[in-house]
Write a protein that binds this ligand. Structure first.
Ligand SMILES: *[C@@H]1O[C@H](CO)[C@@H](O)[C@H](O)[C@H]1NC(C)=O
Ligand SMILES: *[C@@H]1O[C@H](CO)[C@@H](O)[C@H](O)[C@H]1NC(C)=O
Ligand SMILES: *[C@@H]1O[C@H](CO)[C@@H](O)[C@H](O)[C@H]1NC(C)=O
Ligand SMILES: *[C@@H]1O[C@H](CO)[C@@H](O)[C@H](O)[C@H]1NC(C)=O
Length: 243
C-alpha cells in the first residue's frame, strides 16, 4: 500500500486520476477544524473546505468537507457540472437507509454528517478523523469520526485500514445507471479557507478587515493526511502548494 503523508498546511493541490477499477481512501486526521464568523452560506466571512475539483469543466467536484457556522455538521456534496455528458446523476430515493446522515434525495446532492461531527464540538473533543472512500466504479462513502470514536485502524498507523469495519457511513453516493462514475475523475485535491466567497459583500469584507480577533480559531490543525490505494496503483501525482 502506498501511503502519502502531508506535513504542511495551506492550499494544497494533488492530482488524483483513477483507472476504472481504482479504489482510494482519503484519510484526514485533524486536531482542529476552522471556525469563525459565518452567515451559514457561501458568502460567509469564512468558508473552509477539503475537496476534489475537476481539472476541466467536464469532470466535476466532490466536497469531502465544507463547514458553515453555526451548523456543526460536515457538508458533503457531489456536483455534476456537465449533465449533457454524464447524465443528471440522481441519487435513488431510498438512499437514506445506506448512510447515517441527512440530505440527498433525488437531485439534491448534498449530504450532512450527524450534528456534532464538525466545527465547535469537533474541536472541543480534541479533533477526529474524516475518511472518504472513492470506489471509482461503484460509490463514494464518507465517515466523520470525532474523538474518542475514531476506529483503531485509523489511529495506529495501520497500513491497511478497513472501511467495512467502521459501521454505517455518514454520506453515501452510489455510481451506476443513476450517476456516471466518470462524473468524478481527474481531480485535484484542495484545502482552502475562503473569506467572503466570490460574492463578497462590503459587510462581509468589513468583518474580515476590522475584526481580526474573530478569526483566531480559523485554522486547520492537521495531524496527518494519508491516501491509500491498491498495490501497484499510483495514488496521486504531483504536488503543488501555495498560500
Ligand atoms: C436532466 O435534467 C434536465 C432537467 O430536469 C432534463 O431536461 C434533461 O432531459 C435530463 N437529462 C437526462 C440525460 O436525463
Ligand atoms: C434502492 O433503489 C435502487 C435504485 O432505485 C434499487 O436498485 C435498490 O434495489 C433499492 N434498494 C432497496 C433496499 O430498496
Ligand atoms: C448515527 O450517528 C449518530 C450520531 O453520531 C449516532 O448517535 C447513531 O448511533 C448512529 N446510528 C447508526 C445506525 O450508526
Ligand atoms: C480566540 O479568542 C477567544 C475569545 O477571546 C478565546 O476564548 C480563545 O481561546 C482564542 N483562541 C485562540 C486559539 O487563541
Amino acid at each position: 500500500m502506498d501511503v502519502f503523508k502531508l506535513l504542511f498546511l495551506g492550499l494544497l493541490l494533488f492530482y488524483a486520476n483513477a483507472a476504472p477499477s481504482a479504489v482510494r481512501l482519503f484519510v484526514l486526521s485533524m486536531d482542529h477544524i476552522p471556525t469563525g464568523p459565518s452567515s451559514g452560506k457561501h458568502d460567509s466571512p469564512i468558508w473552509p473546505a477539503w475537496w476534489l475539483a475537476g481539472d476541466d469543466h467536464w469532470n466535476s467536484e466532490f466536497d469531502m468537507f465544507e463547514g458553515y457556522e453555526p451548523d456543526d455538521r460536515a457538508f458533503i456534496t457531489l456536483h455534476n457540472w456537465d449533465p449533457e455528458l454524464h447524465g443528471n446523476c440522481t441519487i435513488p430515493e431510498n438512499i437514506t437507509q445506506y448512510y447515517n446522515g441527512s440530505g440527498s434525495t433525488s437531485k439534491r446532492m448534498s449530504q450532512f454528517s450527524p450534528r456534532g461531527t464538525s466545527l465547535g464540538p469537533f474541536n472541543q473533543a480534541g479533533g477526529g478523523v474524516y475518511a472518504m472512500q472513492w470506489d471509482h466504479e461503484n460509490f463514494i462513502r464518507e465517515w466523520t469520526f470525532v474523538k474518542p470514536n475514531v476506529p483503531a485502524d485509523l489511529l495506529d498507523g495501520n497500513p491497511n485500514p478497513n472501511p467495512d469495519t467502521w459501521g454505517m457511513p455518514n454520506a453515501y453516493f452510489p455510481f451506476g445507471k443513476n450517476c456516471n462514475p466518470e462524473t468524478i475523475n481527474n481531480m485535484y485535491l484542495i484545502f482552502d479557507i475562503a473569506f467572503c466567497g466570490s460574492t463578497a459583500t462590503d459587510e462581509c469584507k468589513n468583518i474580515v478587515r476590522m475584526q481580526p480577533e474573530a478569526f483566531n480559531e480559523t485554522y486547520f490543525l492537521i495531524n496527518y493526511m494519508k491516501v491509500f490505494c491498491r498495490p501497484n496503483e499510483q495514488c496521486l501525482t504531483g504536488i503543488y502548494g501555495s498560500g
